[in-house]
Design a protein around this ligand. Structure first.
Ligand code: GAP
Length: 500
């Protein structure tokens, strides 16, 4: 019980800072808000932009092409992809109070068993047999039915053309494949990637950024020849990654086992490209974003839960204290499913002619940016006399804050002058504040995770030195401008060891 209270507090404390500092807050708050939708203020947007930049620097390679596609897609596309038929969740409604529940979640919560992937009939049977009633009013529930998670819309003044907000960014990539392949003169293997919004009309959005109705995906579709993958996997063969195997899950166990990449290929991982991305993800999350190894695992998704388009999925999950393991990246081996189905429905031949004519296979890592941001908040949340985020400097909303020690005219002027000098080097990553006492300024800077504070004092007037204060241990050193720039620049270096 005590643990539960502590856990609830972590998420609540993070949400409190987000609201108080305008980092992330509910959409349409003044109208009572709309569940599952959030706005990013300046600080949140800065963190998000930095995360995306670092993601691009790390994942995008020579043979990658970026697109930015339409968020509205015609019905034909989603009929072909299978989303109009299969992108559904089971729901049930209370006959009396009309509250709607996700049937599988309700059963899992009531009976503490896993039922993901079970058919509508099976879920109905369980509800009847176990006599599950409305948790709110205790009355009977209606029969379980399917609910499609896509937001429907119509296009044009006569509203004749049915369309949907895209439920994943991947579909734009498949329908653009042929043009990109030709126009950018690509040879396999190559990737098309997209970072953009996806929309899902989730039945019960919850846990802040975990289940949203509008969120950002960074998706890579790697196209390759399955008979000759031509994947530079050698460098990662010895890397060990934590896996929750299907066997452990079937036993009801949560035991994580560590495997070398080379021992997974051809065994549970069917494509070298899938192994390649799992390896890169593990390095990215542990060494670049600096998430703890023991809060990460690749869950080999059970057959019955594997999405309809995939021949094998590994979810990268993060352990959110008090919430549990949640997927932050979905890894699917989409094989030739999407290109084949779009070929068939559009009547455009999406096969390619290299040594022979064939439809390329696809491996897809799909990153949920907001869930990763929440993982960064959980990982870096600290408490001392005030709470703060210990983000790596390259992910902090601002790199340096410049403050005057006291509100004296000559000190403020010197602080402004110093701020301008830093700005020439670090641009918009510098912030100046003279609105409060120095203690309060430090607390406010720490709270949003600014790693360095420069304080201008009387001695600065004499010899141009100032103090640099480190957020994490609050230590201060007296330095000159060049020394401080070197310290700050060094903090931005990212060293990666591909052996893990
Ligand atoms: N194209 C494959 C695909 O969309 P997914 O597992 O449904 O796969 C990928 O989604 C990632 O998108 C997830 O790992 C998660 O991080 C994020 N995501 C999915 N649904 C979400 C939601 N309702 N709210 C926030 N993030 C979500």
């Amino acid at each position: 019980m005590l643990i539960v209270i502590k856990i609830m507090e972590s998420l609540e404390k993070i949400i409190n800072i987000c609201l108080r500092r305008g980092i992330i807050f509910p959409t349409a708050e003044i109208y009572g808000s709309i569940s599952g939708f959030y706005e990013f203020g300046e600080i949140g947007k800065r963190i998000k932009d930095k995360l995306i930049k670092i993601w691009k620097d790390f994942f995008v390679e020579e043979n990658f092409v970026e697109i930015e596609g339409s968020i509205i897609l015609p019905k034909d596309v989603l009929d072909a992809s299978g989303h109009t038929k299969s992108f559904v969740d089971p729901i049930t409604k209370c006959k009396k109070c009309q509250t709607i529940y996700r049937a599988d979640n309700l059963i899992e919560e009531k009976l503490n068993i896993k039922v993901e992937g079970k058919s509508i009939e099976e879920l109905n049977k369980i509800i009847k047999e176990k006599n599950i009633k409305c948790p709110k009013c205790g009355n009977e529930l209606e029969d379980v039915r399917e609910f499609n998670l896509m937001f429907k819309t119509s296009v044009g003044p006569l509203a004749k053309e049915e369309a949907y907000l895209r439920p994943e960014t991947a579909q734009n990539i498949f329908i653009s494949f042929k043009r990109i392949y030709k126009a950018y003169r690509k040879k396999l293997p190559f990737a098309i990637y997209q970072i953009g919004y996806s929309f899902r009309n989730e039945i019960s959005p919850r846990q802040f950024l975990i289940r949203l109705r509008f969120f950002t995906q960074a998706e890579i579709e790697m196209f390759f020849n399955p008979e000759n993958e031509n994947c530079p996997i050698e460098k990662y063969l010895e890397l060990e990654i934590p896996v929750l195997t299907r066997e452990e899950q079937r036993k009801g166990s949560n035991e994580i086992k560590w495997f070398k990449i080379k021992d997974l290929i051809g065994n549970v991982i069917k494509s070298k490209w899938q192994a390649y991305f799992l390896a890169k993800e593990f390095i990215f999350f542990t060494q670049v974003l600096k998430l703890s190894k023991d809060r990460l695992r690749f869950r080999h998704v059970l057959e019955e839960e594997t999405p309809f388009y995939s021949a094998g999925n590994f979810d990268l999950e993060y352990y959110f204290e008090g919430i549990g393991w949640k997927e932050i990246v979905g890894n699917a081996y989409r094989s030739d499913y999407d290109l084949s189905t779009h070929s068939k429905h559009s009547k455009e031949d999406l096969s390619i002619q290299e040594e022979k004519k064939f439809i390329p296979h696809v491996v897809e890592p799909s990153f949920g940016i907001e869930r990763i941001i929440l993982a960064l908040f959980f990982e870096n949340y600290r408490e001392r006399e005030w709470s703060y985020f210990s983000f790596p400097p390259y992910l902090s909303p601002y790199l340096v804050a410049v403050f005057p020690l006291v509100k004296k005219k000559e000190i403020i002027e010197k602080a402004e002058e110093t701020y301008k000098k830093f700005k020439e080097i670090f641009g918009r990553d510098i912030i100046f504040d003279s609105s409060d006492s120095i203690g309060k300024l430090y607390a406010r800077a720490d709270e949003i995770g600014i790693p360095f504070a420069i304080t201008i004092d009387y001695q600065t007037l004499k010899d141009n030195t100032f103090t640099i204060r480190y957020r994490d241990d609050k230590k201060q050193e007296r330095v000159n401008f060049e020394e401080s720039v070197k310290i700050i620049e060094n903090s931005l270096k990212i060293d990666v060891d591909i052996k893990g």
